[in-house]
Design a protein around this ligand. Structure first.
Ligand SMILES: [Zn+2]
Length: 282
């Protein structure tokens, strides 16, 4: 099996709005300078990435300072490239009104802009993933039948535990009618993500697992989650242990060394996320 050739959906990538991208382009050595749609379209072609899910970051410094504006822009990309990009909705935390505002922001993003999911980045929001403030927004996601991707890569001592997989696990239990994707497999807390029983994307974390544990142990960790829960994703262009232009090569090289059967690889590369998103294979 050659992961370069098999048809893939990348379930977690970043493309920046043009006004933001041009600022990053001033320092081309920075990964975010590659969050460029034209550059990414070429990579999609080379590596048989049929479509990609665009994730905002709940961060007004990366995307627009107004979540509605980011969502509108993401909707425009979806319309411009039908079937190629699907976008998740952005939310921001402004003052004390998070729990009051976000259900409306999400509803507008889905109904008016046509977005297909919700992205939560607890660390950027400075909110715990299991905060009660999340509840009205998650109820709205259930009502709208959209999946919720939650950033989970706890790092930096003391204050980045807000996105810990254990917190996300609680919400998975409390909201059985919401489809959660724990992004980055819970990072270095991947063992806790196993217990969540939900979907996990392998973005950002995969090269780090190999760096730390080697190929064989990484294979065992992925196996512990199982092919029904794993979702192919890279977090392009925000990468560790490689450069943005090499990210797909790195991922394919690693995945080629795993012992997944063809059916299992198809689920991870395409089937699982296609089922969540209602994407019909052509
Ligand atoms: Zn990301």
């Amino acid at each position: 099996m050659d992961w370069k050739k098999i048809k893939k959906i990348d379930a977690h990538i970043h493309i920046l709005p043009p006004e933001r991208l041009c600022l990053w382009k001033e320092s081309p050595e920075d990964a975010w300078a590659h969050a460029d749609i034209d550059e990414y379209l070429q990579i999609m072609d080379t590596y048989h990435v049929e479509c990609a899910l665009l994730m905002p970051a709940n961060d007004g410094r990366l995307y627009y300072e107004d979540a509605d504006r980011t969502n509108q822009w993401l909707g425009e990309i979806q319309t411009q490239y039908p079937g190629k990009f699907y976008a998740f909705a952005d939310i921001l935390k402004e003052g004390a009104y998070f729990y009051e505002d976000t259900p409306y922001v999400l509803e507008h993003a889905v109904r008016e802009c046509g977005l297909k999911g919700l992205k939560i980045h607890p660390s950027n929001l400075n909110l715990n993933a299991d905060s009660l403030e999340m509840v009205p927004m998650l109820r709205k996601a259930a009502e709208l039948h959209v999946p919720v991707a939650v950033h989970s890569y706890p790092c930096r001592v003391g204050f980045h535990d807000d996105c810990a997989p254990d917190r996300i696990n609680k919400m998975i239990q409390i909201f059985p009618d919401v489809t959660f994707i724990t992004a980055h497999m819970g990072g270095m807390k991947w063992q806790d993500a196993i217990n969540g029983c939900g979907y996990v994307d392998i973005s950002a974390v995969l090269p780090e697992l190999v760096e730390l544990y080697g190929i064989e142990q990484t294979n065992r960790i992925l196996r512990r989650f199982g092919a029904d829960r794993l979702i192919f994703a890279t977090d392009y262009p925000d990468v560790r242990f490689t450069k943005p232009e090499n990210i797909y090569k790195t991922y394919c090289d690693i995945l080629n060394q795993m012992d997944f059967t063809e059916t299992e690889a198809e689920k991870i590369a395409y089937g699982n996320i296609a089922k969540i998103m209602g994407i019909v294979r052509c």
